[in-house]
Design a protein around this ligand. Structure first.
Ligand SMILES: Cc1ncc(COP(=O)(O)O)c(C=O)c1O
Length: 459
């Protein structure tokens, strides 16, 4: 890789970026004195930036997306072949890759049957929210319209998605919010809210308490991440999901699982919910569906939900009156099909489980060595380490120290994630999500970099 070959071109690009690009999730003041980071090229687990520096990417494109790694020519070829044949037609009609990918996807999701294409995780979640609202109107006179979401979870960036978001630092200053969304407590046992033995069941019982307070006849759906991602990599405690499923059944509440991060292999199964024997009514997915090679997201439902929207063909208002223009782009499902083939043919689910175990074991080693590591959590290649100033009080380390750990790793050429502007006072979790192709040396390189950073930042 030789990105430094045309330094003049790149300095022009850096200026163009500095002058005209508004970056995501960034306070721009610093860019008045330092250059914006420009990523130029990627191959496998590696990335090169505009200075020519090589990085090992431990976060799959920054936000848990590039599941099959960079530089996949077969995906680029599949997209190109499809685009020259037919790039687009509105999804009121079908497409060859759309039909093939839907069939393939459903074959990995027993119990589910219909795929609604859209182009971001936010939008996929919005589709499910709209369906819940329409079902409330069709079957319950509009009453059973409330949607429960969980403290510390995130479901996207639109006003309605943040209304369903349990991360106050993402939401603040963007109100007023969409009405009808109600929060339930988080399930992070390390930050326990109840002193009990069966923590998972107790945390799920807290959902039932909210349902009873709101009135079960007003609650239409419960929307949860299988493993809370940006809110601190929170794996559900034992017993949690069984109880959640029971509660949903008891009160006729639709279960919406947001697999935008966990979906398509990240945790070692096709979907995160499949670890827990859950039967969802809606599953949404985005990031890993085509590993970022094309923008595609899906909202998947059961045949039972689908049937509710075609029961009365004589009523012109009874079907799902919704469109996503770019849900008709064929590049998405063409890329997604090839992405799925790669995961299967290269055995990446097994690799994810094995490498995830290695990463967790390395992180446990870091917890033994560094007092600052208070807890480690994870499933497959989605792992987190919560940093605390004091293990007894669990006081979180300062955000500046989290930034220093990330900057130290970056200087070593390893890109890690840290929770950021999410949960007030608790942006203290290192987040790791290397591509599913990671090998043993990549995993060890990542944990060694963190080891060095923790030593330098905390002594
Ligand atoms: C769990 C979860 N749901 C939804 C979203 C929103 O996805 P998008 O940014 O594609 O709209 C995200 C994004 O990080 C996410 O982590």
């Amino acid at each position: 890789m030789n990105v430094a070959a045309s330094p003049n071109d790149l300095s022009e690009i850096i200026e163009a970026d500095r002058n005209h690009v508004w970056h995501h999730l960034l306070q721009h003041k610093a860019l008045e004195t330092i250059d914006p980071k420009i990523m130029v090229e990627g191959k496998g687990m590696k990335l090169w930036d505009a200075t020519g520096k090589e990085h090992l990417d431990a976060v799959s494109g920054g936000v848990w997306t590039v599941n099959v790694g960079y530089g996949r020519e077969s995906i680029a070829d599949a997209i190109r072949d499809q685009l020259v044949k037919l790039n687009y037609f509105a999804n009121s009609a079908g497409s060859i890759p759309g039909a093939l990918f839907s069939e393939r996807l459903i074959s990995k999701m027993p119990g589910m049957s219909r795929v609604y294409f859209t182009n971001s995780g936010t939008e996929a979640n919005e589709k499910a929210f709209k369906m819940v609202r329409q079902i409330a109107h069709k079957r319950f006179g509009g009453k059973k319209h409330k949607i429960l979401y969980r403290e510390r979870d995130y479901h996207g960036s639109s006003i309605t998605a943040i209304s369903a978001g349990g991360q106050q630092e993402r939401n603040a200053q963007y109100g007023p919010y969409t009405p009808g969304f109600v929060e339930v407590p988080h399930c992070c046992e390390y930050r326990a809210q109840w002193d009990v033995e069966n923590y998972g069941e107790r945390a799920a019982d807290a959902i039932e308490e909210v349902i009873l307070r709101e009135g079960p006849d007003t609650v239409g759906a419960l929307c949860l991440e299988p493993v809370t991602a940006g809110g601190g990599v929170i794996t559900p405690p034992q017993g949690y999901w069984d109880r959640v499923q029971e509660i949903c059944k008891k009160y006729d509440i639709l279960l919406h699982i947001d697999e935008v991060v966990c979906g398509v292999g990240r945790t070692g199964t096709w979907f995160g919910y499949q670890h827990y024997g859950i039967k969802p009514d809606f599953v949404t997915m985005a990031k890993g569906v085509a590993s970022g090679y094309a923008a595609i997201a899906c909202m998947v439902t059961t045949e039972e939900v689908f049937d509710m929207f075609k029961d009365d063909a004589s009523d012109p208002m009874s079907f799902f009156r919704d469109i996503s223009t770019f849900g008709g782009c064929t590049a998405g499902p063409a890329a997604a099909l090839e992405n799925m083939r790669i995961i299967e043919d290269e055995g990446l689910l097994d690799n994810t489980t094995r490498m995830g175990d290695r990463l967790m074991s390395n992180l446990n080693g870091l917890m033994e060595k560094h007092k600052v590591v208070g807890d480690v959590r994870g499933k497959g290649l989605f792992c987190g380490a919560e940093l605390v100033a004091d293990r007894a009080t669990k006081e979180p380390v300062a955000e500046k120290q989290m930034q220093a750990v990330a900057a130290d790793c970056m200087a070593q050429g390893v890109i890690i994630g840290v929770s950021n502007r999410a949960v007030p006072g608790l942006n203290n979790v290192i987040c790791l999500s290397p591509a599913l192709i990671a090998g043993e040396s990549d995993i060890d390189h990542i944990s060694d970099a963190i080891d060095g950073a923790l030593t330098r930042v905390f002594g």
